[in-house]
Design a protein around this ligand. Structure first.
Ligand code: ZN
Ligand code: ZN
Length: 274
């Protein structure tokens, strides 16, 4: 029995070390991503238009932020604490103002799990999202974390789901500082409770995954009619810059090209069904 105690101690020590490693956050993002200025005091980082992988460390969306007189408003901070911390460093390169709000466009975790990093640095920042995200945040966040941890070989480790403080329904105009943020919502077109954010004075529309700026992607859209209705809403705004959830920022002509592709796909679908 006396010989068993040291062996047990070793096993326990190894398990304790493994537990510490599992709790430790993964390293920061290694690649540098340029900050792009759109309208007045509106910025975006175009993330890799890829699936989550070890090389992109799970960073695949387009986080944006807007400077207001009261502080910074973030739109879709990204997939992980590592992405959120990179975004905070980019914000700090243009302003020393605090983050006062985070707007989440929908429930896909690669867009909102970075809320944790923003709340850790700015606990008073208010997170807004559609009521659907609030009701599903923890379960959806855990599912997304499991998926992202697997696909990135643990590069998002240290992230935990932090859901919204205030819920939206669509149709609101939020006045944050001296800027207005109009909330557009569609049933259909992407996922339940997905919203678009129009930065009214900046003439920028954060259309998120309602707008996929990849023309070929239109071909396998399952909800073509929802997408087409969403594109009508996109075009009805006065925006000059259109930020998709993934891929490069476009102008009005890019949205019109997508609209033509969606119409063509619908016609093809109709004729193949005939
Ligand atoms: Zn999505
Ligand atoms: Zn997305």
């Amino acid at each position: 029995m006396s010989r068993g105690v040291p062996a047990l101690s070793i096993v326990l020590a190894v398990l304790a070390l493994a537990a510490c490693d599992a709790l430790r956050s993964a390293p920061p993002l290694q690649r540098d991503y340029p900050l792009k200025r759109l309208g007045e005091r509106v910025y975006v980082i175009e993330g890799p238009n890829e699936s989550p992988s070890p090389s992109n460390q799970g960073f695949t969306n387009n986080p944006g932020f807007v400077l207001t007189k009261r502080g910074v408003v973030i739109i879709d901070p990204g997939a992980s604490v590592q992405v959120g911390e990179m975004l905070l460093a980019k914000i700090a390169s243009v302003t020393s103002d605090p983050v006062i709000a985070v707007l989440n466009t929908h429930g896909d975790g690669n867009h909102w799990l970075a809320n944790a990093a923003i709340k850790a640095r700015f606990p008073r920042a208010v997170v807004y999202a559609h009521a659907h995200l609030k009701s599903t945040a923890v379960a959806a966040g855990e599912r997304w974390l499991t998926l992202l941890l697997r696909e990135t070989d643990g590069a998002v480790r240290g992230t935990r789901p932090v859901g919204p403080d205030i819920t939206l329904e669509g149709g609101e105009v939020l006045k944050l500082g001296d800027r207005r943020f109009r909330v557009h919502q569609h049933e259909g077109g992407h996922s339940p409770g997905a919203i678009m954010i129009e930065v009214v004075e900046g003439r920028v529309l954060f259309a998120s995954d309602y707008l996929v700026n990849e023309r070929s992607a239109a071909r396998d859209r399952v909800d073509l009619l929802g997408q087409m209705a969403a594109v009508e809403t996109v075009l009805a705004t006065a925006a000059e810059y259109f930020v998709p959830g993934h891929g490069p920022v476009g102008d009005r002509s890019a949205v019109l090209a997508l609209q033509r592709d969606l119409s063509a796909a619908q016609r093809e679908g109709k004729s193949s069904a005939d």
